[in-house]
Design a protein around this ligand. Structure first.
Ligand SMILES: [Zn+2]
Length: 385
């Protein structure tokens, strides 16, 4: 039977308690309730997939979302429908993966959530047979999301600031920046869009938030921009890796540099493109996941990045920088140091002190041209070649 999906309103205290409750282990696989729960999950998930197609990305559903208190989830992986009964995490490799996810019980929201990248799960199938399944990448994330439901956890439980880190995606919130609204907002002008890179459009509810954020960050960016300007020949080529607000790229392009702006967030990229076009600034945009330089086939005078590289462990970091030097004469980056105290850390950073940065880069054979503490030592401004 196709069931109604129970939804959770983050602004209400009156939500279906079953969504926040640890669900019961299934012991009797022939029990009527178990059988109807499995049937209803499959029917409801089929209906969602049929109705919403890939637009909503209907992949999985858990029993509490349709009112059952049993530890059962249904998930479509590739072309196969799995029913996971009493699933347990048996192994994980310690690597995490950032995954953009939505949930039918939090209909209008999305979140960027970290899950284990590679897991082995144990579960029982519809007939009560014990099985294991290794899952990687996106599939691993999806199944862990469903397993969270069985523990009574909604997706914001994995977020640092809980409900605050949920965001309404642009496709669900057309007022973000479009049509007449955009016309009004663009009058605020490019000067107010001077910012340090941000990671995802989720940081902004609307254009005003964005402009406010940029203003706040303006001072810190001055030194960063100045270093980029000083190290790059006039009209030289620059690429901003994961300049996810696009603002630094736009600003440098406005000064005459030939800029390629790489952003990972498609929503933000569209916004940046629109802002650049409205301000008649010419630059190239490229959507790519951060730190993946493998798609490059041209070279640049300068590559810059801010608040990105601290997310890499030593080995991956050095590998990325080495790749970078193949494409660029200078690498200029801004990273928080171990002294950093702030609310923008995401929890996966590998913070290093200024001297640790120095030792790491020197040992790896990089030529350090600038290594400068800024923001009272809370960040390091670094240029290498
Ligand atoms: Zn869900």
């Amino acid at each position: 039977m196709i069931k109604e999906i129970l939804t959770y309103d983050i602004e209400s205290n009156d939500n279906p308690p079953i969504l926040r409750q640890k669900l019961q282990e299934v012991t009797d696989f022939n029990d009527e309730k178990t059988i109807s729960c499995i049937q209803d999950l499959n029917d409801t998930l089929d209906d969602l997939i049929e109705k919403e197609g890939n637009k909503r990305g209907a992949i999985g559903l858990s029993s509490c979302q349709i009112g059952y208190d049993l530890a059962i989830s249904a998930v479509t992986l590739g072309t196969t429908r799995y029913v996971f009964i009493n699933p347990k995490l048996l192994e994980e490799n310690g690597k995490r993966r950032l995954f953009r996810i939505g949930c039918f019980s939090l209909y209008k929201y999305r979140a960027m959530v970290y899950y284990n990248d590679d897991v082995l799960i144990g579960y029982a199938d519809e007939n009560g047979n014990q099985k294991t399944l290794r899952l990687q990448g996106d599939q691993s994330c999806v199944v862990q999301h469903e397993m969270d439901h069985l523990n009574g956890d909604l997706l914001f439980e994995r977020l640092e600031h809980k409900e605050k880190d949920l965001f309404v995606p642009r496709e669900a919130n057309k007022t973000f920046v479009s049509g007449e609204d955009f016309e009004t907002k663009r009058k605020l002008g490019l000067n107010e869009i001077l910012s340090t890179p941000v990671y995802y459009s989720s940081l902004f509810n609307d254009y005003t938030d964005y402009v406010k954020f940029c203003e706040k960050e303006k001072e810190e960016n001055k030194e960063f921009l100045e270093l980029i300007r000083n190290k790059t020949p006039e009209n030289g080529t620059i690429t901003g890796i994961c300049d996810d607000s696009g603002a630094l790229s736009i600003l440098l392009a406005k000064e005459g540099f030939k800029v390629t702006c790489i952003q990972s967030d498609g929503d933000m990229l569209e916004l940046s493109k629109a802002i650049a076009a409205q301000n008649k600034v010419s630059l190239s945009f490229l959507q790519s996941s951060f730190i993946d330089l493998s798609s490059f086939n041209e070279s640049f005078d300068t590559i810059f990045s801010a608040h990105i590289l601290e997310r890499l462990e030593d080995e991956k970091l050095l590998d990325s920088l080495k790749q970078g030097t193949r494409f660029s004469k200078k690498l200029i980056f801004l990273v928080p140091t171990i002294e950093y105290e702030g609310d923008t850390l995401r929890g996966d950073e590998h913070l290093r002190s200024i001297s640790e940065w120095e030792a790491l880069l020197k040992d790896a054979g990089f030529n350090i041209e600038t290594l400068k503490p800024i923001d009272e030592g809370r960040s390091a401004l670094i240029s290498i070649s």
